[in-house]
Design a protein around this ligand. Structure first.
Ligand code: ACM
Length: 267
């Protein structure tokens, strides 16, 4: 297994409903970065603020047979980059706020957002996929989406299952996540790559949404290795060492997983 991998994110400012153009811009960034792992924002191809389920249904795609997933598969194969991207998934008459994990060898996994935020509850079905870890080329990858950060059980479950890098497509509007993800990483000694979007959407009268940017790569010891600006597009990829996430010992006498007092945690 390789000791380091070049991993990062693409922070975009998608135009609502302009799927082809949003995908084109993201793919251009992927090709330019020459990274081994890149995370794209939540709903990166469609935009976020759907006015109705019917409107979202028009923009939704099947996974893995929809055009956006197919374009990502092609980009992954040609660039050699593992891609995690947020996608508006249609499954029969249901919609999921999903993410896909794609390797240069093909489709790996689908994750459907478990914890829906605010008006997402009017559009999406809550996710039904388990929190899983996937070995891709010897690196243990996991996915969670945006508001999942508010539920520490998610990062904890993924880390207890062996995740080394949590890939976190996001459309953040609340201010606290960039700081909170430092804690998520520290308390689990895991890497997290949050790929947020930037820009503003106002498709509902009186409900402008300003996305906070600040995509970031955080280490298992809580260092912010790179943070993007709050405004505008940005992308970055750094050499990181996934094996660092296997060391759960903040001191020689502690192991944060073995030291858990499960006997006292009962509700
Ligand atoms: C969010 O979960 N998109 C805030």
């Amino acid at each position: 297994m390789k000791k380091t991998i070049k991993a990062g994110f693409v922070q975009t400012d998608p135009a609502f409903g302009e799927v082809e153009e949003n995908v084109r811009i993201a793919l251009r960034e992927i090709k330019g970065l020459g990274a081994e792992l890149l995370v794209l924002p939540e709903l990166f191809s469609t935009g976020y603020q759907f006015c109705s389920m019917a409107e979202a249904m028009e923009l939704a795609e099947e996974v893995p047979n929809g055009p956006t997933t197919e374009a990502l598969l092609e980009a992954s194969a040609s660039s050699g980059t593992i891609i995690v991207a947020g996608i508006l998934e249609r499954s029969g008459d249901r919609l999921f706020n999903s993410s896909v994990l794609i390797s240069p060898h093909g489709f790996v996994a689908l994750y459907r957002k478990a914890h829906l935020f605010w008006r997402e509850k009017n559009i999406f079905t809550p996710g039904d996929t388990p929190f899983e870890v996937f070995d891709v080329g010897g690196v243990k990858l996991a996915m969670m989406i945006c508001f999942d950060w508010y539920f520490p059980e998610v990062a904890r479950t993924l880390s207890l299952k062996g995740a080394e890098i949590i890939c976190h497509p996001s459309n953040l509007v609340l201010p606290h996540c960039p700081a909170a993800m430092i804690t998520r990483c520290l308390e689990n000694r895991v890497y997290a790559i949050t790929a947020n979007r930037a820009g503003v959407e106002q498709r509902r009268e009186g409900e402008p949404l300003r996305f906070i940017g600040q995509s970031q790569i955080v280490s298992p010891t809580g260092e912010v290795l790179y943070r993007a600006p709050a405004e505008g597009s940005d992308s970055a990829a750094l050499e990181i060492r996934p094996s660092k996430a296997r060391n759960k010992a903040p001191t020689r006498q502690n192991d944060i997983f073995k030291d858990r007092r499960k006997d006292l945690y009962r509700l």
